[in-house]
Write a protein that binds this ligand. Sequence first.
Ligand SMILES: Nc1ncnc2c1ncn2[C@@H]1O[C@H](COP(=O)(O)OP(=O)(O)OP(=O)(O)O)[C@@H](O)[C@H]1O
Ligand SMILES: N[C@@H](CCO)C(=O)O
Length: 354
Amino acid sequence: MSDARPTIVIKVPATSANIGPGFDVVGLSLSLHLTLTIKFGPPSPDLFRITYSGEGANEVPLDPYRNLLTRVALYVLRCNNHRSFPPDLLSIHADNQIPFGRGLGSSGAAVIAGVLLGNALGKLNLTTERMLDYALMIERHPDNVTAALIGGFIGSYLRELDPAATVASQVPLSEVLPEYPADAGEDWGLEPPVPPFGIGHYVRFGWNANIKAVAIIPQFELSTAKAREVLPAQYSRKDLVFNMQRLAVLTTALGQTALNPDLVYEAMKDRVHQPYRKTLIPGLPEVTSQITPKSHPGLLGICLSGAGPTILALATHNFEAIAESARTIFAAENIQVEWKLLEVVEGSEVQELR
Ligand SMILES: Nc1ncnc2c1ncn2[C@@H]1O[C@H](COP(=O)(O)OP(=O)(O)OP(=O)(O)O)[C@@H](O)[C@H]1O
Ligand SMILES: N[C@@H](CCO)C(=O)O
């Protein structure tokens, strides 16, 4: 009988951030998953193997010092006095259902999977709050990573830190996740920037389980970085009040037993990010204004998912009609879409297979 450590399975959900007015604040975990299977063997000087199946399998780097999952894990390990990956790590297989660069939180899921991987490999027993700190050193907006870790419909904020902790939390990403030189062995020079404690805080909102999410996914990628570049640095008081009024209503409206479609539809409108992103997503204003609870009974609200280009429609029924209307609008812009009916799910899970 082998005395290798048991296989570990890490399962992290996709997420939709913003849900209209909650830019960088709210997220929803959805039933597409990134699943890692981690196998161990006898200690060996050889580096472990990474394999992928599913979304992005042909584009991700499989070198552990270049791959996002393992770079994040190595960051967590190094912050906790492990110089490198454990020698008994044999292989990591990533099966990914979350399309890249579509606004369904693929990078947030990869960051959370990497933090959970580092925690498991180093047997670090980090608390959930501490794992969130590590994730927030890498993905600086909390909406996707918090929803991916905790699950459900969730709101989060970043705490104002004292001056020293503020400096520590603003280390450039290139220092948090350095490009490890291949020939440097384990001597990578700089010590990793250890996160300050308690960067992110969250609360889960109620969610009416009859609500499903129709994800209408255009067949092109839009990086979050690019979709943030088009946003202004300043907003008018009118636009901020518009969003805050709606967000306050939305966080309760989606948990009510008696759902009010007109209330939710209005509460999912936004003036902080969607109006600016329409330049990158032709058809966005038409999809969000022409598909309404009146034209499509069952629809509650409709918005851009995360940084886009996916559209998220929340509905209780009539899913296909909603998706097909969105398909027609996008087709007029020469954009092909696929759509998926998704459930709101629990957060990340880590399991040991004995
Ligand atoms: N499972 C993964 N393994 C390795 N790299 C990944 C993985 N998932 C995502 N990435 C990296 O993250 C990039 C996508 O990140 P980006 O933030 O642009 O989009 P997104 O997270 O899918 O969308 P959004 O943040 O709007 O929900 C991919 O191009 C890839 O480089
Ligand atoms: N709140 C972020 C989410 C990106 O996934 C944005 O809209 O840029």
